[in-house]
Design a protein around this ligand. Structure first.
Ligand code: PEP
Length: 249
């Protein structure tokens, strides 16, 4: 039985002091033993958020990371910086990184390999545009993203990874995919992992849905057999996130 994992993606929101206030607000509300709870926060918020989250069940992650160890990469953040700060997770390949910052399947793969080398759990994002959905190439597109992201990754590593299926047309638009639409793709991702590795690996990996998840849509989405939780943007910045984490209550 896979444990649900619900992660907030704060994006470029919250100054360090605002971040601490949000953790103080959510900390007592997200204590659900049936769910792994993760806050993925801007780099500058990582240390204060880890400090503020002490004594809670909140895991902390970054929103991005570079694939080199160190050196002349102005503005980038290294895996050692994240682990030394106390991060356990890192979002990789978010559609905003792909769209605005020219990340490719190949650079995502390099980052995935580097994350595993440093013991960070990657939350690997994939998702189709509206145009691709209308062209009927969603599954082909997602399979390609997944296959490249996992090149050179072992089955044991893959079992610990998180994939976030995030249709681009649903991100920040208020248009949540229906539970059936989300399940169809998450199921296809799981069978793709099964083809690359084996059934045991496919059964172990956790697959999230992301795209305008809110307290109303979460229960139906998270009840689907291949959806193991969510990656939540807008609703992760308010008390509603706690209702998403406690979607069963
Ligand atoms: C995201 O960007 O990961 C996301 C899912 O955003 P939102 O929930 O705001 O659509």
């Amino acid at each position: 039985m896979r444990k649900k994992i619900i992660a907030g993606n704060w994006k470029m929101n919250k100054t360090p002091s605002e971040a601490v206030a949000l953790v103080e607000l959510l900390k007592p509300l997200v204590n659900n033993p049936d769910v792994d709870v993760v806050f993925c926060v801007p780099a500058i918020d990582i240390i204060p958020v880890i400090e503020a989250a002490k004594g809670s069940n909140i895991g902390v992650g970054a929103e991005n990371m570079y694939y080199e160890e160190s050196g002349a990469y102005t503005g980038e953040i290294s895996p050692d910086m994240l682990t030394d700060a106390g991060c356990s997770y890192v979002i990789l390949g978010h559609s905003e990184r792909r769209g605005y910052f020219a990340e490719t399947n190949e650079s995502v793969n390099k980052k995935v390999l580097k994350a595993f080398e440093h013991g960070l759990i990657p939350i690997i994002c994939c998702g189709e545009s509206l145009e691709q959905r209308e062209q009927g190439i969603t599954i082909d597109w997602i399979r390609q993203q997944v296959k490249i992201a996992f090149l050179g990754v072992s089955a044991d590593q893959t079992k610990t990874a998180i994939i976030a299926y995030e249709p681009i047309w649903a991100i920040g638009t208020g248009k949540t995919a229906t539970a059936d639409q989300a399940e169809e793709v998450c199921k296809a991702i799981r069978s793709c992992i099964g083809e690359i590795y084996d059934q045991e690996t496919a059964d172990a990996i956790r697959i999230q849905y992301g795209g305008s998840v809110n307290a109303k849509t979460a229960p139906e989405l998270f009840a689907m057999p291949d959806i193991d939780g969510g990656l939540v943007g807008g609703a992760a910045l308010k008390a509603e996130f706690a209702d998403i984490v406690n979607y069963k209550k």
